[in-house]
Design a protein. Sequence first.
Lengths: 99, 477
Amino acid sequence: MKLTSERVRYVAGLANLNLSDEEVERFRADLSGILEHVEKLNELDTSGVPPMAQVLYPAEDTATLRPDRDRPPLGAQTALANAPQAGAGHFKVPKVIER
Amino acid sequence: MEISALTIEGVREGLRRRAFSATELATEALRFAEAENPKTNAYLRFCPERALEAAGRVDEKIARGEDTGPLGGVPVAVKDVIVTKGLRTTCGSKLLANYIPPYDATAVQRLEAAGGVILGKANCDEFAMGSSNENSAFGPVRNPAALDRVPGGSSGGSAAITAQGTAVVALGSDTGGSVRQPASFCGVVGVTPTYGRVSRYGLVAFASSLDHIGPFGRCVRDAATLLGVIAGRDELDATSAEAPVPDYTAQLDGNVRGLRIGLPREYFNGLASETGDLIQAGVETLKKLGCQVKEISLPATDYAIACYYIICTAEASSNLARYDGVRYTFRSASSGALSDMYRNTRGEGFGAECKRRIMLGTYVLSAGYYDAYYLKAQKVRTLIARDFTNAFAEVDAIVTPVSPFPAFKLGEKLDDPLQMYLSDIYTITGDLAGIPCMSVPCGRTAAGLPVGMQILANHFDEARMFRLADAFERSYR
């Protein structure tokens, strides 16, 4: 699987990653090599095999349900403490609506 | 007090005999760790106030004649992807260089409640992505056994600290081998418990279906003790299991006669070199201990790397989406509109390996590719897990190498990410299946580099895995 630079830029857009031209070229080469290796999976017949999204082991169906009761939340002030910009109890971001 | 060789039992005994107080031990351990750290860069920061407070609590308990807990006074290091309330937690990333968590991870809370004394936070690959600890934004860690070599990764700091003796035990995290491979490279014990055995509440997420918290120790007993403390159901992590936690140290009696051990031929094919010889010698030791050793097959092994690097990058691309310049400390100075702020923050904040994995994960999840890559990998994961289910119908434990080679030189493999990924072959299968596995020291190469032997067991069968590792350790020392 050989990726084009356009494809790499498109994926970087989806991932919200600003990449330099050198990075685009580097990742084009790296990802192409990795995807080529990954093609190997097509050798395996997986028809009728269910996908494994989570590790499963024998347990009661309700084993991981917790009692439904309230707990004190972190609180707005604590939650905002690591924000690069905050004010009036909110996270601040650049303006998104023009008036 | 020979601080670099202390065990949990040694700490307990010293406190009992009043050879030292917990405060004296913490003070001396901090002094020693701060003096030794420049050699390896294994600690990113120390927390003397927190350590002395914890030690003080232990001394008060001793004065009142109360039990000090299973880790009473024991110096511990915590990997910097595990959050500590009020103590900076960076994940080895520039993005979180100033992040101060508002809460403690459950594992941290439990180990402190058990009397553990956290000395500081351990260096690691950025967001736990890497096999060499060279992806840390705060500089690589050096292997205490050979300072020009890597300690392994991603929990390289935790492994190096344990080997260096700058803490007695340490917490790491394992997604594809990040506890076992550095344990092997540094010559200490490293354990990846059953998926769900230890709460991940407060472990910064990398790949949620694969992430584990696991202990390091200089001996099997210490790692088993630490696991016993942090294991068990936690309401704050819905994936944590209800299963009771046995006393993992109760059965460390050296008796493994009749235990059935499987050697998967796929893990030994083409394994030449000193590593192969050392593992073979280890297998001979197990036979002498009375284990019944037989060859088994895990046929899907060949597909594990491809399967793993699709699933882990897909999950990582989703988990790391939250670092967008809004909530977590770092925002690019050159941000304009909101979308530029996201892109610039992430472009400047993430290191190369994180970007590579975010890109691969985004690609395999993107429209038109999901079925071909992600869904296919999830099906192959089922086959890999089934291999182990079938194997454990015949054997009690499986023994393999941890890594195809011992610690390599800093910089040696940085230019070829695929080669770096391929070296994870022996460790990722355990994570994919969610079974417990560990690395136990198995001798050294002629050049003095440690080599670890991997033991894998069935879900929640850590006790038997520890019994085998402990018996092996006794006969090997």
